[in-house]
Design a protein around this ligand. Sequence first.
Ligand code: URA
Length: 231
Amino acid sequence: MIRLDKYLCDCGIGTRSEVKKIIKAGRVSVDGGVIKKPEDKLNELTSIVTIDGKEIIYETFSYFLFHKPSGCVTATEDNLHKTVMDYFSDVNVKNLAPVGRLDLDTEGLLLVTNDGELAHHLISPSHHVEKTYYVEVDNQIPPESIDIMREGIPMDGKLTKPARLELLSDTTARLTITEGKFHQVKRMFAHVGCQVTYLKRETMGTLTLGDLQRGCYRKLTQQEIETLKKK
Ligand code: URA
């Protein structure tokens, strides 16, 4: 059992004081009856809660897909640059954090959630979650890079795990890796003599960026969340 005001805050409806106002205005019903006391308790698993007649689904965790633009850092705070979390200033959910890291100049798919367990699963190298990057480089990618990247490149004292390289043109490619070492994609291309000039993450596990615009986010669908959690 939890308090009605906490329930609505957890659902991202607003701050404690905002949701109290909504409750006191008589806009909230629990199991069909209007409740005007924020401290009244309800069963978060079984109660049906509505605001202005619209049902609110209780979510303990929130999941957002974000299209990170270049020029913002994957951090919750930074003295110098805009952070990924600055794009979420209108989202009223506690402890949101990006899952994994994209470089300042990398764009693309970033999951932002307060579900620490799922985050851990997705970034843990032992779980081999695939991440696909679209890559542009400064000169011709040697065709033998496909084999070199599949066989592994020395990095931080070990070989990188088998990676899938698909050449799209002389200077563009898609690379799928299952790890997240520091600057990994840039270092893998440097190994074959190419400097990355543009990098964008297109997929992570079962998530794809789709047509989400740069600097925008959307909530994951229930189905996307369930599929991600299937380990
Ligand atoms: N690899 C990189 O080099 N940079 C990123 O941002 C992500 C993967």
